[in-house]
Design a protein around this ligand. Structure first.
Ligand SMILES: Nc1nc2c(ncn2[C@@H]2O[C@H](COP(=O)(O)OP(=O)(O)OP(=O)(O)O)[C@@H](O)[C@H]2O)c(=O)[nH]1
Ligand SMILES: *[C@@H]1O[C@H](CO)[C@@H](O)[C@H](O)[C@H]1NC(C)=O
Ligand SMILES: *[C@@H]1O[C@H](CO)[C@@H](O)[C@H](O)[C@H]1NC(C)=O
Ligand SMILES: [Mg+2]
Length: 404
């Protein structure tokens, strides 16, 4: 008896399941058939005999309801005042798609919340495509400047034959960009002129962005405001040793400048970062200048401009291949007080071939970072960041020794 009852119970249960299944499947048929009910009727003959697809962009009187292509959520913009600041990029028209990638990273991780302006500078005219695409990508105002010829050519005190001979020699030695004239103009421009471009005169703070960079973590605060409130003038995310063949006499030129202009040398400077023997020789340590957030009024100060002019006359931008990174770094190291230079551990960054991925897992999780901490360059022997920490008596972040 008990066996038959259990058997019956199974049959009733199975029946209920079947009925339920029928209802679920029939209601989902109703749902899947819904979008086709909105397809606009076409009276055109269908030559291939296929069912016409709905055009999602059609502006018909009876448009499809999904996808909702022309509406997006309003951007989440951080309220409050903005700083007198801009992004700045030096680029050629041919850099368009590489700078487009960089802009997308900067916008997604930071600027969509702040909408700062973006200044583009070029020794040539920007073409319409460059302007159209970059304007579409930047949330702030975009501005395009042409570099005056005087800022992108050989100064008259440079011996052109001597400079050409150096390029030949560097080419033979296979020094990267060693035979390039334009690379030298670029380095000299970034060292001495970008901050004096008429468009840049309108701002006090800049953030330099190069093509093909990446940002790996959300930046949820105004970095420009942070710099101002904490009295910083210059900042970096990666530091390393310069390729010494490109700057054999740069330190001598910097020492000559210091001797002639003791008034420009900061009391609490970063000599320990720049030199192991109290200034006799250079460590070759520099802040990597393809990323910089800094104060333009400092670069426009008499101290910095005197420094640049002294180096420019020494000729090394053309007779060697001085980069703007060691030039900015030596200037900051000698003429700013230590606490005016900031290491942005929280700005996760990539420029080929190095990555700065913040040390500290909790930070990376909280800021949705997507960099691989194993790729962090900071505690590698070729980085100067540990030296920066030591120069400034700063405690290294927890877990740094596991990343060495
Ligand atoms: N307008 C213009 N911009 C240039 C020129 N050469 C370089 N740049 C820009 O100057 C910056 C530095 O040049 P890069 O070619 O990136 O130099 P780099 O970072 O030392 O080397 P990469 O490893 O190739 O990135 C970038 O923003 C370039 O777009 C040039 O001849 N004209
Ligand atoms: C921004 O800074 C520049 C340079 O210091 C200055 O000339 C300009 O007046 C400032 N603009 C505003 C709106 O404060
Ligand atoms: C040394 O610096 C002074 C002052 O800046 C400059 O006039 C002179 O040309 C420099 N000498 C050399 C060899 O660079
Ligand atoms: Mg670059």
């Amino acid at each position: 008896m008990a066996g038959t009852q259990r058997y019956l119970r199974y049959i009733v249960f199975a029946l209920i399941c079947l009925i339920l299944l029928f209802f679920i499947s029939s209601s989902s048929t109703v749902q899947t058939s819904w979008p086709t009910a909105n397809v606009p009727q076409t009276t055109e003959p269908d030559t291939k005999g296929a069912v016409p697809k709905p055009d999602p962009l059609a502006t018909d009187s009876n448009p499809p309801k999904t996808p909702n292509v022309d509406k997006e959520l309003p951007p989440a913009i951080v309220p409050g005042d903005r700083m007198n600041a801009t992004f700045v990029t030096l680029a050629r028209n041919s850099d368009l798609w590489e700078i487009a990638k960089s802009i997308r990273h900067v916008e997604d991780r930071f600027n969509r919340k702040f909408n700062y302006d973006w200044v583009f500078l070029n020794d040539d005219d920007f073409n319409d495509e460059f302007k159209k695409v970059t304007t579409a990508l930047v949330s702030g105002r975009t501005r395009y400047g042409k570099i005056p010829k005087e800022h992108w050519s050989f100064p008259d005190f440079i011996d052109q034959d001597k400079a050409a001979k150096v390029r030949e020699e560097m080419k033979e030695k296979k020094i990267i960009y060693g035979d390039s004239v334009s690379y030298r103009h670029m380095c000299r421009y970034e060292s001495g002129f970008f901050f004096r471009h008429p468009l840049m005169l309108e701002y006090e703070w800049y953030w330099r962005v190069e093509p093909s960079i990446e940002l790996y973590c959300d930046i949820n605060y105004d970095t420009f405001k942070w710099m101002a409130e904490n009295k910083k003038k210059y900042s970096f995310v990666l530091s390393l040793y310069e390729y010494v063949e490109t700057i054999p006499t740069l330190w001598e030129a910097a020492k000559n400048f210091s001797a002639h202009h003791p008034e420009h040398i900061a009391k609490d400077n970063s000599m320990k970062f720049l030199s192991d023997d109290d200034g006799k020789t250079y460590t070759n340590c520099h802040f990597w200048s393809n990323f910089e957030i800094g104060n333009l009024n400092w670069l426009r100060s008499k101290a910095y401009v005197d420094f640049f002019e002294s180096l420019d006359h020494a000729g090394g931008f053309f007779y060697e291949r001085w980069g703007d990174a060691p030039v900015h770094s030596i200037a900051a190291g000698l003429m700013l007080n230590k606490d005016e230079i900031h290491f942005f551990n929280d700005i996760a960054y990539y420029h080929v071939p190095f990555t700065h991925c913040p040390t500290g897992e909790q930070y990376r999780l909280d800021h949705k970072c997507h960099c691989n901490p194993k790729e962090n360059f900071d505690w590698n022997g070729y980085s100067c960041t540990a030296r920066f920490y030591e120069t400034n008596g700063m405690q290294k972040p927890e877990g740094y020794d596991k990343e060495k």
